[in-house]
Design a protein around this ligand. Structure first.
Ligand SMILES: *[C@@H]1O[C@H](CO)[C@@H](O)[C@H](O)[C@H]1NC(C)=O
Ligand SMILES: [Zn+2]
Length: 389
């Protein structure tokens, strides 16, 4: 691996000069659907998340365990770690409430020290709102967490194939044919304590995200590193929230990441054109402007002079954005009808929409990680039961 280590010293300009290549229709067709794993009663991925999971309660512990076990049992190449903190809340009477963020990371296998890999961070919160009693938070954000687990497993095999091919190439030759932008990893961040306990304020909300952003800014890598901190290693922070109700419309919130929004909108267009979307198919995919409003991402054509809502929605991206992280926020505006209501439960999810978001998120991650040529139809697959391991 000496040759690859040598690569780590290449200047940044070489790594960023590579064009963003899009996924082919054939690759899009290989992305598996979550199918039965998203069943709200019996699904191996989604069902266990659909329970109250207020920080510091047994439901929270059980769900965190489920999320971590998913990676440990199905995706052993992902490194699972936690970022923990405690805080009092307006309801805790001075007691410290624990918050546990889960981090699942997959980096190229030749990366042997921190600070040498930039990552796509795919993010959702797994805690649920404390009131009304029994609140499930299916769109907020059990379903987004499930989408991220499905995306992780759906790109796992292609990542392995791609990185093995690169290593083989690097070992067998001068690495003239090797692409130079390959120190790209991926990270799933499942955050705790997003919800306020009493009412949303700067200190009563975003408990997990605030603790993580602060810690990750203060963890400084060796001076010779390409990236200075874990926070600086985040190339793009893609936050999913309130997804799973029918007919979502997600604006492009930030000018600085509109290019990423456009890539995702292009993917949505392709997936609909190929008949791979299950929800409300657009009538005429050859005339996108005529059906613009039916797209989840309906603002691909937005102009600089249009209204940009960035900054108006409080969510887990804020502590990261305040520290310079680039954010793509996937949250519908207006919020879905069930938002913070007792009927935000499994029964009120629109499963076609949930599956479509999972597919779109997977496609976006696969394209970002440049998996074209490495996607095959046997990728992903069923969640393995413990006794199969
Ligand atoms: C953080 O919390 C998790 C879950 O309870 C635990 O497994 C882990 O050991 C803790 N990590 C640290 C560094 O304290
Ligand atoms: Zn909420």
């Amino acid at each position: 691996m000496r040759l690859l280590n040598g690569l780590l010293l290449l200047p940044t300009v070489l790594r960023t000069a590579i064009a963003y290549s899009t996924l082919s229709d054939d690759s899009l067709r290989t992305i598996p659907s979550a199918g039965a794993d998203f069943d709200i009663k019996t699904g191996a991925i989604l069902a266990p998340i659909l329970q109250p999971r207020v920080p510091g309660t047994p439901g929270s512990t059980a769900v965190l365990e489920h999320l971590a076990d998913f990676f440990r049992n199905n995706l052993p190449k992902w490194k699972v770690s936690f970022q923990n903190s405690t805080s009092t809340t307006p309801l805790s009477n001075g007691r410290e409430v624990p918050f546990h963020n889960l981090i699942a990371t997959r980096d190229p296998p030749w990366i042997d020290r921190e600070g040498e890999v930039g990552r796509l961070a795919l993010v959702a919160h797994y805690d649920s709102l404390i009131h009304p009693t029994g609140f499930i938070g299916a769109i907020d954000s059990a379903a987004p967490c499930a989408m991220l687990l499905h995306a992780a497993r759906s790109i796992d095999d292609a990542l392995t194939r791609k990185w093995e091919a690169m290593q083989a190439e690097a070992e067998s030759s001068d690495f003239s044919g090797l692409e130079m932008d390959e120190h790209k990893g991926v990270q799933i961040l499942l955050l705790d304590g997003e919800e306020a306990f009493q009412s949303w304020t700067d200190t009563d909300s975003l408990y997990g995200a605030r603790a993580m952003a602060e810690e990750w800014e203060q963890t400084v890598y060796a001076a010779s590193s390409t990236y200075s901190t874990p926070l600086a290693s985040i190339d793009l922070f893609v936050l999913l929230d309130l997804l799973g109700s029918p007919n979502p419309t997600v604006p492009s919130y930030f000018k600085t990441t509109h290019w990423a929004y456009q890539h995702m909108a292009d993917l949505e267009f392709s997936l609909r054109r190929l008949g791979l979307f299950k929800s409300a198919p657009a009538k005429d995919p050859d005339r996108p402007s005529a059906v613009d409003d039916q797209f989840f991402l309906h603002e691909a054509g937005k102009a600089d002079t249009d209204q940009w809502l960035g900054g108006y929605i409080g969510d887990d991206h804020l502590p990261f954005m305040a520290r310079g992280v680039e954010v793509l926020h996937l949250i519908p505006a207006p919020f879905p009808r069930v938002w913070h209501k007792i009927d935000d439960d499994g029964e009120h999810l629109d499963m076609n929409t949930v599956e479509d978001w999972a597919l779109l998120t997977t496609a976006f991650a696969a394209e970002w990680l440049e998996l074209e040529g490495f996607m095959t139809a046997d990728g992903g697959g069923k969640v393995r039961e413990r006794d199969e391991l």
